[in-house]
Design a protein around this ligand. Structure first.
Ligand code: FAD
Length: 559
């Protein structure tokens, strides 16, 4: 384990346990932070906590506590891990590290770890302040299952906060946590093709995939074997961390189902430290909960066995409607030749022409999925957002197309979203129905969606008050009317508004009570906590309010 070298701009912080005293202290304190260029950007006065009577108890062990990982414990732990324990240093701290995705602790959205050491875009940052903030404290860089078991057992025994991190793509900061020990699964990269896999529920070709594998790696493997697999649009999203466990939408889901539907078996480490298999017939409740119930909640996945499908040709077409502000980018027509695509689109193009609207399409055909996906989605600059934008979404079900009255109300709500958000992305896709539904816990609203509307709200005032206002505007003004007009809809929890209202219903609908029971059975001690995760009622991160939205910058407490 390399020792942590603190630079002149990096400051360690006092731990803030969850006591009434610290609540009072927090409520009365006033904190400022500076931007990397040295100028003061944000300023937050924490008053909101004083107004509510909250009893906060039973903190997780935090840095500075007697039971926290002291030097000797760390050395022994590291020895047992075979040298896999690393100090997490915020990525921006030494200005800079080379690779974002290979970093052991970063999250893609700086807001959600408390804007504690934002990556400076340019300029002189010598006067800026950089703190550990909402980052975890140490990472176990996993290369085998025994290391995960050791870390789980240590965290449970010392009552440490534990987080699981794969790529750090999570929209709601669910893979980081102040003071936590982080299990970093990024290195579990095995991909094995099995042509004739046999199980009670599936016979055919599969991949056995390590939980650190990312979308582009799985697509590349499928390309190599002349087959297709389901994974994300963004090439760098991890497939068997947050993605499959949240459901997982994909450019191929209208043919084969969502990503959770692809998984035949999982290997996992439980909160007890035991290593088990979960399939539709072995530990079936765990299997059900893990595929749809969310990542970092029930256990740690080490590998998955997933279905492999036939090679799929794709026609990709882009066009712009009326102004450059509305674009079809792209129409991703899986399993269609150019001629078939043109027949499909003719009524729309004719209708537009009758209104005098000329659509000029740019169309390309690919004989398999990966090159189409790479050419279409690969070059985009993916990130969750920065300090100036807050994302959320709504799943719009087929009910909203059932009558002209419903369609009218739906379009009015969509128009409101477009007029009030900075950017709106709409995925028009419905997942293929499955032979056996109900064996996993994918949000019923996700299964029944016709469209998923992703709205990104702009934040122009980069202070805690500005972020708070931006977040409230997204929740109430931008997404509120959409929620109202889609009572049987929901929200995709993996790309959710961090302040999603009624999140249990929005992310899981009728599946929620069953998921709560399974959480209680497998993790009664709340080893695995994530923001808006199953069974987290009564737990909260008491953070310092620096960014005006819920962040990971605070101890995890029982309230
Ligand atoms: C740019 C971008 C594009 C995206 N595109 C898509 C898309 O096309 N389709 C889609 O459905 N979603 C998409 N997403 C959302 C994505 O699915 C979620 O952010 C997902 O949580 C990422 O999972 P991860 O494992 O890569 O990230 P992480 O942030 O590392 O982890 C996410 C969650 O999973 C948990 N977790 C990680 N590894 C494990 C493990 N081994 N076992 C158990 N829990 C684990 C973490 O604790 C955390 O709660 C996109 C996100 C981004 C930022």
């Amino acid at each position: 384990m390399s020792d942590w070298v603190a630079s002149g701009t990096f400051t360690a912080e006092d731990p803030r346990p969850c006591t009434r005293h610290s609540m009072r202290h927090l409520a009365q304190s006033e904190r400022t932070y500076s931007n990397p260029g040295g100028a003061q950007r944000g300023h937050a006065t924490l008053l909101s906590l004083t107004s509510s009577l909250v009893l906060v108890i039973h903190p997780k062990t935090m840095p500075g506590d007697l039971l926290y990982l002291g030097k000797i414990t760390r050395r022994v732990f590291d020895l047992l891990l075979g040298g896999a324990l690393e100090k997490i240093v915020p990525i921006g701290s030494p200005c800079y590290k080379k690779s974002y995705y290979n970093d052991n602790g970063t999250l893609m959205n700086p807001l959600y770890y408390g804007m504690t050491c934002p990556i400076p875009a340019s300029g002189n940052y010598a006067n800026g302040t950089c703190t550990q903030g909402g980052y975890a404290e140490f990472a176990v860089k996993v290369s085998n299952i025994a290391q995960i078991q050791l870390a789980v057992n240590l965290a449970r025994t010392l009552n440490l906060r534990l987080v699981v991190r794969n790529t750090g793509h999570d929209y709601n900061g669910r893979s980081v946590g102040k003071g936590a020990l982080s299990i970093w699964t990024h290195g579990l990269k095995e991909i094995k093709y099995v042509k004739n896999y046999k199980s009670p529920t599936y016979n055919g070709p599969v991949f056995k995939v390590g939980s650190g594998v990312q979308s582009f790696e799985l697509y590349q493997a499928a390309g190599k074997y002349g087959v297709s697999t389901v994974a994300g649009i963004c090439p760098t999203v991890g497939v068997f961390g947050g993605y499959s466990t949240g459901g997982g939408h994909s450019p191929l889901m209208q043919l084969f189902g969502v990503d959770a539907d692809q998984v035949i078996a999982l290997e996992v480490v439980l909160a007890s430290g035991r290593f088990v298999t979960a399939t539709p017939s072995v530990n079936s409740d765990l299997y059900l909960a893990m595929l749809g119930g969310g990542g970092g909640t029930f256990r740690i996945i080490t590998s998955a066995v997933v279905k492999v499908h036939r090679k799929v040709p794709v026609t990709v077409s882009t066009w712009t409607l009326m102004t450059s502000e509305i674009s079809m980018a792209p129409f991703f027509a899986t399993d269609k030749t150019v001629a078939e695509y043109e027949v499909l689109m003719k009524p729309l193009f004719d209708k537009c022409a009758s209104f005098g609207i000329q659509l000029t399409a740019n169309t390309t055909h690919y004989d398999s999925f990966y090159p189409a996906c790479q050419a279409t989605f690969g070059p985009s600059n993916y990130n969750v957002g920065g300090a100036g934008a807050i994302p959320g979404n709504r799943l719009v079900p087929s009910d909203n197309w059932a009558s002209s009255e419903m369609r009218g109300k739906t379009f009015a709500a969509v128009q409101n979203t477009i007029e009030n958000a900075l950017l709106v992305l709409i995925y028009h896709q419905r997942p293929a129905e499955q032979e056996k539904e109900g064996i996993n816990s994918v949000n019923p609203a996700f299964r029944n969606e016709e469209s998923m509307i992703v709205a990104i709200n702009a934040v122009s005032d980069l202070t805690a008050a500005g972020w708070k206002a931006g977040s409230e505007q997204l929740t109430i003004k931008v997404l509120g009317p959409l929620r109202e007009v889609t009572p049987t809809g929901g929200s995709y929890g993996k790309e959710a508004d961090i302040a999603e209202t009624d999140w249990q219903k929005a992310f899981w609908g009728a599946n929620y009570p069953r998921l709560q029971q399974i959480k209680q059975k497998y993790d009664p001690g709340m080893l695995f906590y994530v923001h808006h995760g199953v069974g987290t009622e009564g737990w909260a991160i008491i953070e310092n309010g620096n960014v005006g939205v819920q962040s990971t910058d605070g101890p995890l407490c029982r309230v």
